[in-house]
Design a protein around this ligand. Structure first.
Ligand SMILES: Cc1cc2nc3c(=O)[nH]c(=O)nc-3n(C[C@H](O)[C@H](O)[C@H](O)COP(=O)(O)OP(=O)(O)OC[C@H]3O[C@@H](n4cnc5c(N)ncnc54)[C@H](O)[C@@H]3O)c2cc1C
Length: 537
């Protein structure tokens, strides 16, 4: 079956489901977790539908730091199992399932007067342990080089904006970086579609009642009842709407968007310790298209969950001040071309009410017991709450999967499908996703020979020539659509024809990330509208 998503396919498949065709498993939410669940279930031979109220990657998944972590932070906190899980998942993404979307990035901690000799020694131990974990996970040093100490000249070559005075050298460590988080979600959804999953955006699940799911098509304002034998709730920070027994304590993480030239075009991520904190850092991470993301904060975000979280002025100030302590020349607000915030779906406490329905916690069942419950009146920083995931089947028969990391989405999906299959008694094969390449994936040696610009290969992998081919007879489609971006018309057209983009917001805010810089977004709007105007009927 085709991996292409389009408005026409969406309409056809929604009509089929609305007319009474039952699916084995219906996934609510198409962030990285829900898209991962859709692929896992479809690859096991189940009939799958996956719905999102908005778009692919609309929620937290598009606000991440875009890193595929090897678990260094968990090592530092003593969570060895979780750290290994991250390193193993990083290996699978980097080497097998998405080598086109994930690359190795050096992270440099400059040894400035801010970094004491004791902290230097501790960091070296941590980096060595992370290296050992990389090796145990099977990732060769050729793919992710070993951590090492470098001299001051090398630090300044990689990070030209770092202050020279008092620089004693640096520690460099390598980790995985996604070209963009939404590209991973889109690739998962399309790979699932290729295995028959119905991927339906602009479909809000309003209620689940036994085997009937009430759905609002927000494009037409029509309501439908879809029949499903099992339902997985992968709605992240919105999970409580479908399963009120799940307790979340979201935390907001903010990033700033800087032009790379403001930091002298860094060739590595800059790691800056947060003063007064033992295990907390701010990162300035180089991105494609001449940008750097500076993040991130960790602020409790209690109260109603907004569709799109907003960074606060205090967070912007904190990030700039922390970065500036390490730079030769301080950055100002004028250097900030954008800012974005996301809510981490952190577990507050274990869901109590499985109501004897066979409520199941997955491999990480202990996750709910983070021991951090705001209602108990204890002041707990969200940075200390568990980053593990929870899989829980409610009395109503809904399997919720929540928490975790983008890096570990595949395990979350596996555990959720295992639980849903067991609960509903579905005939399903074992999980296969560890060996299932996503659309566009190919071994590094093959990707190196794909006849297309490197920028496109990093986003589309082996499909890059097909994106280029859309411009045949119309070379204008290969020109950047506006000042400030390298995105071409061919990429927008590809997004509409093959990636399920339904409007200009999908194009500018998710299939591409021009929307992260408001000035560039305004410039690109006309081109995005033009793509829909030229779209074939
Ligand atoms: C600032 C920040 C930085 C991070 N950085 C990293 C990182 O670098 N690496 C890493 O591994 N992890 C990172 N994480 C964690 C990671 O981003 C999240 O764990 C992950 O993206 C959560 O994905 P999800 O699919 O569970 O939720 P979401 O992405 O929020 O998806 C939920 C979806 O459900 C949909 N939905 C909600 N209600 C309904 C409904 N009723 N009907 C239909 N659809 C509905 C929403 O529209 C949304 O698309 C970061 C998190 C934050 C906040």
């Amino acid at each position: 079956m085709s991996t292409s998503l389009s408005g026409a396919r969406r309409a056809r498949e929604l009509a089929e489901l609305a007319s009474g065709r039952e699916v084995d498993l219906l996934v609510v939410g198409l962030g990285v977790t829900g898209a991962g669940v859709a692929l896992d279930a479809a690859a096991r031979g189940l009939r799958v539908a996956a719905l999102d109220a908005h778009d692919l990657g609309f929620g937290t998944s598009r606000w991440s730091s875009k890193l595929v972590h090897g678990g260094l932070r968990y090592l530092a906190a003593g969570h060895l199992g979780l750290a290994y899980e991250c390193a193993a998942e990083r290996h699978i993404l980097l080497r097998r399932t998405a080598p086109h979307l994930v690359s190795a990035l050096p992270f440099v901690l400059p040894l400035t007067p801010l970094v004491s000799p004791a902290r230097t020694a501790l960091s070296r131990v941590g980096f060595a342990a992370a290296d050992a974990l990389r090796a145990v996970a099977g990732t060769p040093a050729a793919a992710l080089p070993r951590a090492r100490r470098i001299g001051a000249a090398e630090v300044l070559r990689l990070l030209p904006a770092v202050r020279r005075a008092g620089l004693r050298g640096g520690l460099v460590q390598w980790d995985g970086q996604l070209v963009d988080d939404v590209r991973l979600v889109v690739a998962l959804a399309r790979t699932a579609a290729g295995r028959g999953a119905r991927i339906l955006t602009r479909c809000r699940v309003e209620a689940v009642d036994g085997g009937t799911v009430a759905v609002l098509d927000t494009l037409t304002a029509s309501r439908h009842a879809i029949r499903a034998r099992a339902v997985v709730n992968a709605t992240g920070v919105w999970a409580q709407h479908l399963d009120p027994t799940v307790r979340l304590r979201p935390s907001r993480g903010t990033h700033l968007v800087l032009r790379a030239e403001a930091l002298g075009h860094p060739a590595a991520a800059l790691v800056v310790p947060v003063p007064g904190e033992r295990n907390r850092f701010v990162f300035a991470v180089p991105q494609p298209d001449g940008l750097v993301y500076l993040g991130l904060t960790d602020e409790a975000a209690d109260g109603p969950v907004p569709d799109v979280p907003e960074p606060t002025t205090a967070e912007i100030r904190f990030l700039l001040e922390t970065l500036n302590a390490t730079l030769g020349a301080a950055l100002t607000d004028a250097d900030v071309v954008g800012a974005f915030a996301g809510l981490r779906p952190l577990l507050a406490s274990r869901a109590g009410g499985s109501g004897g329905s066979g409520g199941s916690a997955g491999a990480d069942g202990s996750a709910g017991a983070a021991g951090a419950d705001g209602s108990a009146g204890r002041a707990v920083r969200t940075a200390d709450l568990s980053r593990r995931h929870l899989v829980h089947t409610s009395a109503a028969g809904i399997t919720t999967v929540v928490g975790g990391k983008l890096t570990t989405y595949r395990r979350m999906a596996r555990d959720a499908v295992d639980a849903a299959v067991a609960h509903a008694g579905l005939p399903a094969a074992a999980c296969r996703t560890a060996w299932l390449p996503l659309v566009g994936a190919a071994p590094a040696s093959v990707l190196a020979r794909v006849p297309a610009p490197a920028r496109l290969v990093a986003r589309y992998g082996a499909e890059a020539p097909a994106v280029l081919a859309l411009a045949q007879g119309d070379p204008e489609l290969l020109v950047p659509i506006a000042d400030g971006t390298e995105v071409t018309g061919a990429e927008l057209l590809w997004a509409v024809r093959h990636e399920g983009a339904l409007d200009v917001d999908d194009l500018l805010d998710r299939r591409t990330r021009i929307g992260l810089r408001p000035v560039d977004r305004a410039r690109a709007l006309a081109a995005a509208r033009g793509v829909f105007a030229r779209q074939e009927p």
